[in-house]
Write a protein that binds this ligand. Structure first.
Ligand code: ATP
Ligand code: MG
Length: 394
């Protein structure tokens, strides 16, 4: 009776043990036991393929000998840290198989025993496939970025051609008219007939007017070209600045178009210092203020608020809030496109927002908008805080 009991217990134990062995040997990850000096004492069956060697031959070899030499330092650092801190360490390294091929592994090193000599359990998860997919995804992303940049470039070039073509055509026709008028006057000056002073003066006035128009058109082209240059290569200068100083400076040069339409109030809720090209941030503020002022409904004096504060994760925040017309949802997703404008011809180029966006992005920040038709809009600039100032004095 007792014997039977014993046999049953032993049988159960054997089954439990078998189950444990199966779990261990065929686990979805490789296990290696490594002594304190980095020598492998044991590897489970699942671990074998990552070394590419019969596991009986692995015993006694250094784990580091199976790590890709380029990742040797990472392995050593993590291993030593696991030993000294007695805490689990995780690291992604490449393993070099016996046949020279490599696999990507996610390794966890865990101290398991302290008895006579430290012993560590190393878990190896094969992430080669994951790395491959990640690589493919990156390549795909790069391709997508290129094609969307090309598409954006196409839009930009078409816009530039269109925007420059109008003033250019105007300038050319003005110059032609002026030239004709000048030639007429000259013809009369050289001719025999009597000169009519009043007529000649009027003709020349017209010439001056036409040349002035041509000059204006030329200036407009100049502006567009200058804007486009900022767009393509924003200034790289970075100066530690206080947003409030930039805003105050910008307020001194507010365009008349703004001061005529609206009053601007600054609410300084305190923003961390930023490392920026101050002139460019000033340009962003000026663009946002100009837009806000233009959104004022007819016959009203607008009220614009510039609010400074701190955003999540310590970003410096600058809001430009207006109570103007607001922006319709169909318009809202196009306002950052180059040359998109709802203004009458000649009153807006549609470069203010895309340039501001490019500037803020080049500073590692974001420019976002929230708007409701009939209520107004809020444009939000968030810029990374400048690194903590080096207080050491030389
Ligand atoms: N605060 C605002 N309220 C209402 N609409 C706005 C506001 N800001 C921008 N918009 C809309 O976004 C469009 C694009 O603005 P953006 O500043 O890029 O160009 P623009 O003002 O038309 O021309 P530019 O700035 O080149 O003189 C504007 O035409 C306008 O329709
Ligand atoms: Mg604008």
């Amino acid at each position: 009776m007792q014997n039977e009991e014993l046999r049953r217990v032993l049988g159960d134990l054997e089954k439990a043990n078998q189950r444990y062995v199966n779990l261990y040997e065929f686990a979805p990850v490789g296990y290696a036991t490594v002594s304190g000096d980095g020598t492998i004492t044991e590897v489970n069956l699942s671990g074998e393929p990552m070394f590419g060697v019969d596991r009986r031959l692995l015993r006694g070899t250094k784990f580091a000998a199976h790590v890709d030499p380029d990742d040797g330092d990472r392995w050593h650092l993590a291993f030593q840290k696991a030993l000294t801190d007695k805490e689990k360490q995780s690291v992604a390294i490449r393993m070099r198989r016996a046949d020279g091929t490599t696999t990507h592994s996610w390794i966890e090193i865990m101290p398991v025993s302290e008895e006579a000599e430290p012993l560590l359990r190393v878990t190896l998860a094969d992430i080669t496939e994951y790395k491959r997919v990640e690589g493919d995804l990156r390549a795909l992303q790069a391709q997508l970025a290129v094609s969307s940049r090309l598409a954006a470039l196409g839009t930009l070039v078409t816009g530039v051609a269109h925007e420059i073509n109008n003033p250019l055509a105007a300038a050319l026709s003005d110059i032609e008219l002026a030239m004709n008028a000048v030639q007429e006057v000259r013809g009369r000056l050289q001719g025999a007939g009597p000169l009519n002073r009043e007529l000649e003066a009027r003709s020349l006035d017209e010439v001056v007017e036409e040349l002035q128009e041509a000059e204006d058109a030329g200036r407009r082209i100049g502006h567009i070209v200058k804007d486009l240059k900022t767009f393509g290569r924003p200034d790289q200068t970075r100066v530690r600045s206080r947003l409030i100083d930039i805003v105050n400076l910008g307020m001194r040069w507010l365009p008349v178009s703004v001061t005529r339409e609206a009053t601007v109030t600054v609410e300084n809720g305190g923003a961390p210092d930023v490392a920026v090209s101050p002139g460019q941030i000033e340009q962003v503020v000026a663009n946002l203020l100009t837009n806000a002022a233009k959104a004022t409904p007819k016959g009203k004096k607008g009220e614009i608020v510039i609010r400074l504060g701190t955003g999540p994760s310590g970003m410096a925040r600058l809001d430009v809030i207006d109570q103007g017309t607001g922006i319709a949802p169909t318009v809202l997703n196009r306002i950052f496109d180059p040359f998109f404008t709802t203004r009458p011809a000649g009153e807006g180029t549609g470069l203010g927002l895309p340039i501001s966006h490019a500037i803020v992005t080049a500073h590692g920040g974001t420019l976002t908008v929230a708007s409701e038709v009939g209520k107004g809009s809020k444009f939000r600039v968030e810029l990374p805080a400048a690194p903590v100032e080096d207080v050491s004095t030389g």
